[in-house]
Design a protein around this ligand. Structure first.
Ligand SMILES: [Zn+2]
Length: 298
C-alpha cells in the first residue's frame, strides 16, 4: 500500500459577491474577507484534500506579501521605495483562521511567495541591485516562516521565477527562509524547469513541486539525475478547464512512480488554481483525491 498525500498549490478561486461589497461600503459595514477563506477551505476539505491552504484569496500572490512589507508600495505593480523589512505578520491571521476550519485529520500549508519572485515582480526604485533586494526579501520572509510554524504543518515556498532564471545565489535565498524552520518544506516552481533541475535538487527543502501534467517532458528530464528530494507531482492542469478523468490521473501518477518510486510523497494540481472557475477547480481536486485513493490501494 502506498501513502501518497493529496495537496494544493497556493491559490484557489472564489466567487466574489461584488454587489454585497458595494452595499457594505455604502452602509458603512465592514465586509470581512473571512467567508472567502471559508469557501476556499471548504472546497479543499470537501474534495478530500489532505494538505489544504488558506486559498490566498485576498490578493494576487505577490501583493499579499508586498502590501505588508516595509519598503514596498503597490501601484500598478509593486514598487520598492526604501529598504525592504519585515513589518509584522502577513498571512498568519488567515492561516490561523483556516486552521480552525479544518478537521483534525487534515494538514495546513503555509504558503510563501519566494524572494526571487517578489524581486522580479517588483519595480525597483531604491536598490539598483537585484541581489541586495532579493536578500532583504528573503530575510523578511524568514520571519514570516518562523511565525507560520505555530499553525502550519508544512511550508511551501513558491518561486515560479526560478524557471526563467536561476540566480547563482538561489540556494542561499531559499536557505535563509528554511534554515530556522523545523517543519517540512516544499519548493514549488512551475514553468519549464528542465535547465535548472540540478539547482533545484540542491536546494535546502524536503519536497520539490513541479507541473508534470502540463510538461510531461519533465519525466524524461528528471531521469537524468539522482533524485535526492521528495516530489510533489503536478497531476492535473491549472491552466485548462478540461477536467482530467480519474483514470487519466491514475496513469499519470503511475508513470511518475516508475521514475521517482517512493520519492513521490504528494500529488497536487500543477500550480495554483485561481484562474479556473471554482466548480472546475473543485472537480479537479475531487478526481485527484479519487485517483490518489486508487494508487494508494484503498
Ligand atoms: Zn505555480
Amino acid at each position: 500500500m502506498k501513502n501518497l498525500k493529496t495537496s494544493v498549490i497556493g491559490s484557489y478561486p472564489i466567487d466574489i459577491e461584488v454587489l454585497n461589497h458595494v452595499k457594505g461600503y455604502f452602509n458603512q459595514k465592514i465586509v470581512t474577507w473571512d467567508k472567502y477563506i471559508e469557501s476556499a477551505v471548504e472546497d479543499m476539505v470537501n474534495s478530500g484534500i489532505d494538505f489544504v491552504s488558506d486559498g490566498q484569496t485576498k490578493d494576487p500572490f505577490v501583493n499579499i506579501f508586498t502590501r505588508k512589507l516595509k519598503g514596498c508600495r503597490i501601484r500598478d505593480r509593486t514598487e520598492i521605495i526604501s529598504k525592504v523589512e519585515y513589518n509584522g505578520q502577513i498571512t498568519i491571521d488567515d492561516l490561523k483562521y483556516a486552521k480552525n476550519l479544518i478537521p483534525k485529520n487534515r494538514k495546513l500549508i503555509g504558503v510563501i511567495t519566494g524572494p526571487f519572485t517578489l524581486t522580479n515582480s517588483s519595480v525597483d526604485l531604491y536598490y539598483n541591485d537585484e541581489k541586495d533586494l532579493a536578500f532583504d526579501f528573503a530575510k523578511a520572509l524568514s520571519f514570516e516562516a518562523k511565525h507560520m510554524q505555530k499553525y502550519a504543518d508544512i511550508i511551501s515556498i513558491d518561486e515560479p521565477f526560478f524557471s526563467m532564471a536561476m540566480p547563482d545565489y538561489g540556494k542561499e535565498l531559499i536557505n535563509i527562509i528554511t534554515k530556522n524552520v523545523s517543519l517540512p518544506t516544499r519548493l514549488h516552481v512551475c514553468g519549464d524547469i528542465s535547465k535548472v533541475i540540478p539547482n533545484l535538487l540542491d536546494m535546502s527543502v524536503d519536497i520539490l513541486s513541479h507541473e508534470f501534467k502540463a510538461s510531461p517532458k519533465l519525466f524524461d528530464e528528471f531521469r537524468k539525475y539522482n533524485i535526492t528530494k521528495n516530489i510533489c507531482l503536478g497531476s492535473v492542469r491549472s491552466d485548462k478547464v478540461d477536467i482530467e478523468s480519474v483514470d487519466e490521473i491514475v496513469s499519470h501518477i503511475r508513470k511518475g512512480i516508475d521514475i521517482f518510486g517512493e520519492k513521490i510523497t504528494q500529488i497536487a494540481p500543477d500550480c495554483g488554481q485561481k484562474m479556473l472557475p471554482r466548480n472546475v477547480a473543485f472537480q479537479k481536486l475531487k478526481n485527484l483525491v479519487k485517483a490518489g485513493e486508487i494508487v494508494n490501494g484503498r
